[in-house]
Design a binder for this molecule. Structure first.
Ligand code: FES
Ligand SMILES: [Fe+2]
Length: 427
C-alpha cells in the first residue's frame, strides 16, 4: 500500500483504507500528530501559578500547567525513572507532581526537584537532565494553547492563517473574550478520528436529513439561502450563514436562536441581541452578519458556533476516538446566561446530546463501512462541487456553497502530503 494510492489527484476518490488501516494510522501519528500544532487547552483553565489540566497530543498524555514564572508549560506525563504518570488528577493546583512509585518529584514546569533515594547512594544522577520531557513548542492565540512536537514548525499565527479571521468573528464578539467553563466532557466513540473532523470542517449537508427531527425546516432554508463553506487554508474549514443587512436583529444574532430559545427562552434571546447590537463595532460589518455553523482547525480541533463547544478528536487507533468537549462561554456574560449556554451545549452536543448522538452513530457506521471486506475497489466519493470554490471579495480563502465538498478534498490533499512525507522514513 502506498499513500498515493489512497487519495487520487484531486481528492475526489478516497480509499476506504484511509480510515481503517492500522498502517495508515501509524503514518498519521508521525506525519500529522508528530508535526502539527495540536490544541491543548485554554488559558482560562489555568489562571494561577500551579494550576494544571491534563491533555493529549494524539495518544501522548500531556500535563498543561502554569509554572512559578507564570509561563505555560506542556510536559509529557511520564516519570523519567520508570515511566509512570506523575499526575493522576484531571485538573487541579499543586506545587509538585510526585510519582507514586518511588516518589521522584517534579515542579509543575517539569524540572526534577528531588529523588528520595539519592541520600542512600554514593553517586546521584544529574537531575537537570531528568526532568519531564517538555513539548518543544507551546504557543497561544486568543487564549487557545497549542503544542507541537516539531521544534521547527511555523508560528501558530502563521499556521492558523486566515482561519483566525473566522474564529475571531466569534472570539472578538465579546469584550472579555471567551472562557472554557468547567472540565471537558470526555467519551469514546468507535470511529476513526477524522470522521468528527470532516463533519465539522464543512459537512453541513447532512443537517436536513440526519437531524430532520430536531432542526426546523426554516433553519435549513436559511442555510440554503445564505450558507457558505470556506476553506481558509487546506485542512481548515468554516461554515456559516452571511445574513442580509436588513434582517431583524433577532434573526442575525449569533446563529443560536433556533435551538437556543428551546432551552434559554427570552433571557438568552435578549443577551444574544445585545451582543449582536455591538458586533459591527467589534468585528466589522461583514463578520457581524455572520451566523456560524461549524469550524475545523487542522488536524483535530473543531468548534460548534451555535452550541458554543470546542472539541478535540484524539485518536485511539484507527477505529476509536476519545472525544474531548468543552463548553466555551463569553467570559463576561452573567452567570445565569453562562449556565444556560452550557446546558444548551450539553443538551445538543454533550456526550448525551441529541445532535451528538445522531452524528456519532453516523461516524460509527461510516467507520464500519470503511472496513468492509471485498469493498476495497469502491472508494468513497468526495467530488461534489468540484472546482466551484472561488475567491470572494470580503471573505479570505476559497468560498463556495454548503454542498461543495472542497473542505474535505483540501483536508485529504494536505493529509496525503503529510503522510507521503514520512512513509519512507523507516526504510
Ligand atoms: S517510576 Fe517514578 S519514581 Fe520510579
Ligand atoms: Fe450533525
Amino acid at each position: 500500500m502506498k499513500v498515493a494510492d489512497l487519495v487520487n489527484a484531486d481528492a475526489t476518490l478516497i480509499s476506504r483504507r484511509a480510515w481503517s488501516d492500522e498502517r495508515v494510522y501509524q503514518l498519521e501519528k508521525r506525519g500529522i500528530f508528530g508535526k502539527a500544532w495540536l490544541f491543548l487547552g485554554h488559558e482560562t483553565q489555568i489562571p494561577n501559578t500551579g494550576d494544571f489540566v491534563q491533555a493529549y497530543m494524539c495518544e501522548t498524555p500531556i500535563i498543561l500547567a502554569r509554572g512559578e514564572d507564570d509561563d505555560i508549560y506542556a510536559c509529557i506525563n511520564s516519570c523519567s525513572h520508570r515511566g509512570l504518570p506523575v499526575c493522576r488528577a484531571d485538573h487541579g493546583n499543586t506545587k509538585r507532581f510526585v510519582c507514586p512509585y518511588h516518589n521522584w518529584s517534579y515542579k509543575v514546569s517539569g524540572e526534577l526537584v528531588a529523588i528520595p533515594q539519592e541520600r542512600m547512594v554514593k553517586k546521584g544522577p544529574d537531575k537537570s537532565v531528568l526532568g519531564l520531557k517538555r513539548v518543544p513548542r507551546v504557543e497561544s492565540w486568543r487564549g487557545m494553547i497549542f503544542g507541537s512536537f516539531d521544534e521547527n514548525i511555523e508560528s501558530l499565527d502563521s499556521y492558523l492563517g486566515d482561519m483566525r479571521f473566522y474564529l475571531d468573528a466569534f472570539f472578538e464578539r465579546f469584550p472579555a473574550g471567551i472562557e472554557f467553563m468547567g472540565a471537558p466532557h470526555r467519551w469514546v466513540i468507535d470511529a476513526n478520528w477524522k470522521l468528527p473532523m470532516e463533519n465539522q470542517l464543512g459537512d453541513v449537508n447532512h443537517g436536513p436529513y440526519l437531524h430532520a427531527a430536531v432542526i426546523p425546516p426554516e433553519a435549513n432554508q436559511e442555510i440554503y439561502d445564505h450558507g457558505f463553506s470556506v476553506v481558509p487554508g487546506p485542512g481548515h474549514g468554516a461554515t456559516f450563514r452571511l445574513m442580509p443587512e436588513d434582517v431583524p436583529i433577532e434573526q442575525v444574532a449569533w446563529g443560536f436562536e433556533g435551538l437556543g430559545t428551546l432551552l434559554g427562552g427570552d433571557e438568552v434571546q435578549e443577551y444574544l441581541c445585545e451582543v449582536q447590537r455591538q458586533s459591527a463595532e467589534r468585528v466589522g460589518a461583514i463578520r457581524s452578519r455572520m451566523k456560524g455553523l461549524t469550524f475545523g482547525v487542522y488536524p483535530n480541533l473543531s468548534f460548534l458556533w451555535s452550541n458554543t463547544s470546542f472539541k478535540v478528536s484524539h485518536p485511539r487507533g484507527p477505529g476509536q476516538v476519545e472525544y474531548w468537549s468543552w463548553a466555551a462561554v463569553p467570559a463576561d456574560a452573567p452567570d445565569n446566561i453562562k449556565k444556560i449556554l452550557r446546558r444548551n451545549y450539553s443538551s445538543f452536543f454533550g456526550p448525551g446530546g441529541i445532535l451528538e448522538q445522531e452524528d456519532a452513530e453516523s461516524w460509527m457506521q461510516q467507520y464500519l463501512g470503511s472496513a468492509i471486506d471485498f469493498a476495497d475497489d469502491r472508494c468513497f466519493y468526495y467530488g461534489l462541487g468540484l472546482g466551484e470554490e472561488k475567491p470572494h471579495p470580503d471573505l479570505p480563502g476559497l468560498v463556495s456553497g454548503t454542498a461543495n465538498e472542497y473542505y474535505a478534498r483540501a483536508f485529504f490533499q494536505r493529509w496525503r502530503d503529510a503522510l507521503m512525507a514520512v512513509e519512507d522514513d523507516h526504510a
